[in-house]
Write a protein that binds this ligand. Sequence first.
Ligand code: S3P
Length: 416
Amino acid sequence: MPIRGILKLPGDKSISHRLLMLASIAKGESLIYNISTGDDVNTTRKCLEACGITINNKEGGIHIKGGKLRSPKIGLNCGNSGTTLRLLIGLLIGKGIKAEFYGDESLSNRPMKRILLPLSKMGALIKSNKNKLPISIIKSQLNGINYRSPLSSGQLKSSILLAGLGANGMTLLNEPIKSRDHTENLLKFLGANLTVDGLNLRLKPLLNSSLRRFNAIVPGDPSTASFFATAVALIPNSKITFKGILYNHTRIGFFNLLKKIGVGVDWLSHWEESGELVRDLKIYYKKLKPFIITSDLIPSLIDEIPLLALLATQAEGRSEISGASELRVKECDRIKAICFNLQNMGADIIEKDDGFIIKGPTKLKGTNIKTFDDHRIAMTFSIAAKIALKKVVLDNYDCVSISYPDFYNVLRKVLI
Ligand code: S3P
């Protein structure tokens, strides 16, 4: 069955988290439209409310009264959301807030040393369970830092920048490959004194000034669009148009690659929303070629790698992904989850420490899928199910609500 339709998707998850956090420390009342509908962003909202911020749904948007954050009376439950946890620790430490953080089983097993180390170097006193959750901020009077990050991570970079807003002195940051840059874009948009010079950032603390209040429409999430785009690339005669998708070079590696390997990808008209470019996007079926991806491209398509693996099973020839060891510490070990499930579907895939090698094309068999309760694994294999020879059954459908609760309804709508 081909895929056809015009879709207007909910706002980008990364930008939604950041807008909520920045609105909570801005001066005055901010308004956010088209915020991500996923559970993760709701988790950030609840944590901010627990820190005394008033947030209301009004007139189709979210109103946030920026103000004084206070130490929460209860532990902050970050659920499944690494972005909530890592960014919120930075934000609260910068504001001198004491807080305790916990999360679900997946989040409790994810590495936090990457943020605890630089934040401690800035002067914070943080207690953790061997660099994992639960984590408590004990003391937080911060100095600026000059930090050369060993990782290309939007969450790590953002955690330090948010902490740096409340530090004494400048925060200088360098990253090895550019990671998503929404925190920088929004901070500049809201009046912070931040300069970006290639891979180097320089942030002046806010001291007695504040970020300004804002009205924002969150651009459509390109990572959500990628699931439908993959279905289009796999099913002959398919085409889909997305209205108002985020067009940011640190996020659209997947679409650039699709175009390179032969799929129809047309970016149409463009405009700006809250310091980010937004465009309509048309994707249409054309026969796929295999591909090689190495570390320099990984950050711009990190969340889309499960989909790339699926695409590679249908391209004629050998595809390889390397430099993606960060996938091992996402909501689950995504390299393992991809290899385990694609092998069960009959694909020719070899697992490597930092990626995989796939030879295609193979007709995928129907099977039971182990999602590891990871939303992106569940959505990837729900798309794989559309080209499988027999029925595919997932062990958890509900986890898609982490980023896109409406996924199955919309998928049903575009299948004709
Ligand atoms: C995110 C950054 C990425 C990405 C995650 C969201 C963000 O993680 O995989 O889904 O909003 O900053 P890393 O920072 O761990 O690379």
